[in-house]
Design a protein around this ligand. Sequence first.
Ligand SMILES: C[S@@+](CC[C@H](N)C(=O)[O-])C[C@H]1O[C@@H](n2cnc3c(N)ncnc32)[C@H](O)[C@@H]1O
Length: 214
Amino acid sequence: MLDKKEEKKHWEHIYQTKSPLEVNWYQTNPSMSLELIEKTKFNKEQRIIDVGGGASILVDCLFKEGFKQLAVLDISAQSLQYAKTRLGETANQIEWYETDVTAFQPVHPYELWHDRTVFHFLTHAEDRKRYVRALKNTLVPNGHLIIATFAIDGPSKCSGLDIVQYDAPLLCAEIGEEFELLEVRNETHITPAKVAQKLTYFRFKRRFVSLFRV
Ligand SMILES: C[S@@+](CC[C@H](N)C(=O)[O-])C[C@H]1O[C@@H](n2cnc3c(N)ncnc32)[C@H](O)[C@@H]1O
């Protein structure tokens, strides 16, 4: 089990020793994420944050589609550097946060939180609580939440680390009643080494909770 310092070291080491094109989670087309974002009927002026986005090309795709308020958060500086270098000048129009998501303090709210295979690394209940706290501090009421994890019949490790596999009841129990589950989709991801990995994507909407009761 890694402590917080070791966790960051682990991820920096991965990105310093491997090309982002050869890591297991690399995708040439983040089609499921794009499809689910499209389903939210998201206004292109609203803010999207890709949590644990690392060197993923999701941000490039969203930028090309005309989304204007994009942010990428990752614990690894090296992963963000890959993305910035790839994007060139465009990187200046994107917000970058090098931080552990469980300690994230947003400078402004976001309307969509996307996380592909980050939450599943949180094997301690306390870290999951901190993640949900950061999520609630970041996402507006009626905001959209997309989380992908390894499926119940998927791998039990990712990047050499233990993970927690989720189905809808397990994830809903962690995320809480404030989030309404709208859609669940399965994906078989083929890694660059041609290994099949089963993922599940969950799309939620944050309920609007009124402070005034009649
Ligand atoms: C399996 S990769 C997925 C990357 C990206 N979401 C994708 O789909 O290509 C997990 C990513 O989460 C980042 N990460 C791991 N733990 C994190 C944490 N506690 N806070 C923020 N990022 C984290 C890693 O550096 C890595 O980039």
